[in-house]
Design a protein around this ligand. Structure first.
Ligand code: IDP
Ligand code: MG
Length: 152
């Protein structure tokens, strides 16, 4: 089962949107495999966003992610990476379509509410960075699974 890594960022937590955002992923059919509420340490934020190190927004991005607690999540399901990215919407909420999390709940790129992995490979790397193996409940049997995943 494909897995993806999600962060409910500090702005979303502060705005009381944690439940609303989890609801959208659950209703999409994605299954929770890991979930924790945490204050992110600077070293972890820097490692997570290392690919953006040379970008002008890197410093403010790290400050944003450590500015308050976040919810870190692992979701699994068919095409979990692409499904979650579509549910999240475009990076800039100004460009995100209505119906997506960013399109419905945000206005600015620097306050875009959620992170979602951009590939299966990066997803696995991010999961390993953020979660210990024993913190994950992978491939558990959800009673609705046969109504969401067609097994052929
Ligand atoms: P993504 O979150 O949609 O994958 P990335 O390009 O990976 O977008 O950028 C990571 C994060 O960096 C974005 O979610 C956003 O919070 C922030 N970011 C990206 N581009 C800009 C920018 O031009 N200005 C300010 N923040 C940005
Ligand atoms: Mg990204």
């Amino acid at each position: 089962m494909e897995r993806t890594f999600i962060i409910i960022k500090p702005d979303a937590v502060q705005r009381g949107l944690t439940g609303e955002i989890i609801r959208r992923f659950e209703q999409r059919g994605l299954r929770i495999a890991g979930l924790k509420f945490m204050q992110v340490e600077r070293v972890l934020a820097e490692a997570h966003y290392a690919v953006h190190k040379e970008r002008p927004f890197y410093k403010s991005l790290v400050e944003y992610i450590i500015s308050g607690p976040v919810v870190a999540m692992v979701l699994e399901g068919t095409n979990a990476v692409a499904a979650a990215r579509n549910t999240i919407g475009a990076t800039n909420p100004a460009d995100a379509t209505a119906g997506s999390i960013r399109g419905d709940l945000g206005l600015e790129i620097g306050r875009n509410l959620v992170h979602g992995s951009d590939s299966v490979e990066n997803g696995e790397k991010e999961i390993a960075l953020w979660f210990k193996p024993q913190e994950l409940v992978s491939s558990w049997e959800r009673s609705t699974d046969p109504w969401i995943f067609e097994r052929r």
